[in-house]
Design a protein around this ligand. Structure first.
Ligand code: SDX
Length: 414
C-alpha cells in the first residue's frame, strides 16, 4: 500500500493544514500562558480569547480580525463595514431566484443554492477567468477582487437569509436604511413589519451579534474543511461557500441547533427525561446538542450562550422548553454513559434563544451559516494566499476491494 496510512475515521487525528486563524484546545487551556485553570478548554481567534471578543468586540469587527489577522483601526473598520453593508442591501440579483422555491422549502436549501447562484452572476466568478484570478499577496489588483468577493459574501449572507425567510411568507424584500449595524440590518430585513421607523430592540440585536460572533469560526470543522476542499480546485468562492453551507446543514453539524429543539419538543416535560436518556443509551435516540470532536470537558462558547440566554429571556420571557433542557443537561452530566464518553453540551443549545427571539425552527441552521461565512472566507483566503500557491486537495485511499477479474456477459451470469 505504498506506505500509505489510513487516517483515523473522520480525520480523528489528522491535521491537513497549518493555520493562524483560530485555536481551540479541547482538553485544557494549557497551550497559552496559564489564563485558565487546567481543566478549562479554550477558543481563541487570532490569539484573542473568545470570552474577551464576546465581551468587547462585535461580529463584524471579529470578522475583520479573522480574515485579515489583526483588529482593524477605526478607518479600516469603517471601510470594511461600509463595503459589507453596501453589498448586503442590494438584492435584485437573487430575489427572483429565491422566489422560485416551493413555499415549504427548507431555508438552508434556499441559502445553499443562492450562494451558488451568486457564483453564476458575478463576472469574476466565471471559470474561464479562474486562471487569471490566481491571487497573490503582491498583486494589488487580484487582492482587490478577493476583497470584493469577501465583502459581497458576508453582506449577501444576511440578505439571502432574509430572502429565504420572506419567500416562505410571500412577503416582499426590504432594503434596510443606512446607519444600522450588520446584525441590526439583518434583523431589519428579517422582521421589518412595515413600521416607518423600525429599530431593532438593542438588547436582542446585541444578543444576536454575540451569537454571530461565537459562530464566526471554529478551526477546521466539517464545513470549513468542505470549503477548503472545494476551493482548492480554484472554483470561485461563491461555489465553495455553497458547498460549506451544504455541509453545515447536516444534523451532526450546524443542523444540530434545529435538532436540539425538535428533541426537546419530542421529550416534552422534564419528567420524560429519564426515559429519553435510557433510549439514547440504547442508541434508539441521539442526544443533540451534546458531544464534540475536540471539546471533551465543555465548549467554552456554551457558557457565553447561557449568559446571553439570560439577557434575552429578561425581554422575551423564559422558553417553556428551558426546564426540560436543564433537566436533560443535569441528567446527562451525572450519567456514567455520557461521562465515560466525555459528552458535554456544545454550542447548539443556542436554539432556545433563537426560539425565544421568534425565529422559525427550521431557520436556526441559517443563523449558524450566516456568521460562519466569515470563518469559511478566512480559511479560504488563507489557503488562496499560502506560500507556494494552492495545492488541490486530493487524498489517497487504501484499496480493499475485489482482486482483478474478467467481465462475464449477462446471459452467462447466474
Ligand atoms: C457543531 O467541529 C466543530 O467545531 C463543530 C462546531 C463548530 O462550531 O463548527 O463546534 C459546531 O457542529 C457542534 C456539534 C453539533 N452536533 C450535535 O450536537 C449532534 C450530536 N453530537 C454527536 O453527533 C457527536 O458528538 C459529534 C458529531 C458532535 C461528534 O462526533 P465524534 O467526535 O465523531 O464522536 P463519536 O461519534 O466518535 O462519539 C464518541 C462516542 C460514541 O460512542 P461509542 O460508539 O464509542 O460507544 O460518544 C457517543 C458515540 O456514540 N456519542 C453520543 C453523542 N455524541 C457522541 N452518544 C449520544 N449522544 C450524542 N450526542
Amino acid at each position: 500500500d505504498k506506505g500509505l496510512r489510513v487516517s483515523d475515521k473522520g480525520f480523528l487525528n489528522t491535521a491537513v493544514i497549518r493555520s493562524e486563524i483560530t485555536y481551540i484546545d479541547g482538553e485544557a487551556g494549557s497551550s497559552y500562558p496559564q489564563r485558565f485553570p487546567k481543566s478549562t478548554p479554550e477558543a481563541c481567534c487570532r490569539g484573542y480569547p473568545i470570552e474577551q471578543l464576546a465581551l468587547h468586540s462585535s461580529h463584524l469587527e471579529t470578522a475583520y480580525l479573522l480574515i485579515y489577522g489583526s483588529l482593524p483601526t477605526k478607518s479600516q473598520f469603517e471601510v470594511f463595514q461600509t463595503e459589507v453593508l453596501h453589498h448586503g442591501v442590494t438584492h435584485s440579483d437573487a430575489a427572483q431566484f429565491c422566489r422560485s422555491f416551493r413555499y415549504d422549502a427548507h431555508p438552508m436549501a434556499i441559502l445553499t443554492s443562492a450562494f451558488a447562484y451568486l457564483g453564476s452572476y458575478y463576472a469574476e466568478a466565471n471559470p474561464s477567468l479562474q486562471g487569471q484570478t490566481l491571487f497573490s499577496k503582491g498583486d494589488k489588483a487580484s487582492l482587490a477582487v478577493m476583497d470584493k468577493q469577501i465583502y459581497r459574501l458576508i453582506g449577501k449572507a444576511t440578505t439571502l437569509a432574509a430572502m429565504a425567510y420572506r419567500v416562505r411568507q410571500g412577503r416582499d424584500f426590504v432594503t434596510p436604511p443606512t446607519g444600522l449595524s450588520y446584525t441590526g440590518s439583518f434583523l431589519y430585513q428579517m422582521d421589518h413589519l412595515g413600521e416607518e421607523n423600525y429599530t431593532p430592540n438593542p438588547i436582542l440585536e446585541k444578543a444576536l451579534d454575540v451569537l454571530f460572533l461565537l459562530h464566526a469560526d471554529h478551526e477546521l470543522n466539517a464545513s470549513a474543511t468542505t470549503v477548503l476542499q472545494t476551493g482548492s480546485s480554484l472554483v470561485d468562492p461563491y461555489s465553495a461557500i455553497a458547498a460549506g453551507c451544504a455541509s453545515l446543514y447536516g444534523p451532526l453539524h450546524g443542523g444540530a441547533n434545529e435538532a436540539v429543539i425538535r428533541m426537546l419538543i419530542s421529550i416534552g416535560k422534564p419528567e420524560n427525561v429519564p426515559a429519553f436518556i435510557e433510549a439514547v443509551k440504547k442508541r434508539e435516540k441521539v442526544l443533540s446538542g451534546f458531544g464534540h470532536r475536540v471539546y471533551k470537558t465543555s465548549d467554552p462558547r456554551s457558557f457565553i450562550v447561557r449568559k446571553t440566554a439570560d439577557e434575552v429571556f429578561k425581554i422575551t420571557g423564559k422558553d417553556e422548553l428551558l426546564e426540560t433542557a436543564m433537566a436533560l443537561h443535569e441528567a446527562a452530566m451525572k450519567d456514567e454513559y455520557f461521562i465515560k464518553r466525555k459528552l458535554a453540551p456544545n454550542v447548539d443549545f443556542c436554539g432556545l434563544i433563537y426560539r425565544a427571539m421568534g425565529f422559525p425552527l427550521d431557520f436556526f441552521p441559517v443563523l449558524f451559516a450566516v456568521p460562519r461565512v466569515v470563518g469559511w472566507l478566512a480559511h479560504w483566503r488563507q489557503m488562496m494566499l499560502q506560500e507556494g500557491g494552492v495545492k488541490i486537495w486530493r487524498p489517497r485511499q487504501i484499496y480493499v476491494g475485489s482482486g482483478k477479474r474478467d467481465y462475464v456477459p449477462i446471459n452467462e451470469r447466474i
